[in-house]
Design a binder for this molecule. Sequence first.
Ligand SMILES: [Zn+2]
Length: 258
Amino acid sequence: MGFKSFVKKVGKAIGSGLDTIINTIGEIGGRLIGLPGFIFDLFVPWPRKKLRLRILILKDENGDPLSDTRDLVVESRAAYDLARTILRREANVKLISYGNLPRVEVLDVNPPTAALEPRCRGPFIDTWGAANWFYVQWKQYSVSILLLGNGAPISAFIVREIEEGKNVGCSPGAFADHLVVSLAGLSFESNDDVDVTRVTSTTLAHEIGHSCGLNYMGFQEHSDKKNNLMFATQKERGTNLNRLQIAGLRNSRFVTYL
Ligand SMILES: [Zn+2]
């Protein structure tokens, strides 16, 4: 390894490490400060709170669209709208974009394969990979970084494939302010129709749940109940959230009163 590439590697590691540290401290601090609100929300999820989200669709390594046949902007908007409906109905949380920026945007860069096909090995491990470095570079930044990420927008990257197709969405939980959804997690083909139609998936809403602390607040990654938004399998899961999940989500540092 030459000196220059060594310096570059160290720089990336410091950048990625700092991002994880800021997000982790912000998460712990935010949870402590939000404790009274959390207890209140267990009884009444009120008043309406806000959550900022931007979807950033990746192009492939050559700058070409990830799909020739599907309109990923239209599908992303549909996933966004579905997540907005679920969060508003279940948790009294309004999903909005950040500033005047569009809620869905195609990222005009040529990403590395690592970012297009992330491995999703868990927070603190994925921190050090090339995929995370790409997300840290291209995610939506805001002044909330001064508040250790309290009120930060979540950046949802649409990628080609996750864990070689074994997964359709992945969030490092609240230890980052980005998540990924694969093409297979944006929509899926319905089987019960004569004509094959694509159904908008709840995966985006589910991953937002992970980023907002679900279900680790309940000490398990996924819900056992099929009607729950935090059930693991996208085609079988419902959209319900229970009291603890609602309070946990509303107490996330990404969810704010203003
Ligand atoms: Zn999950």
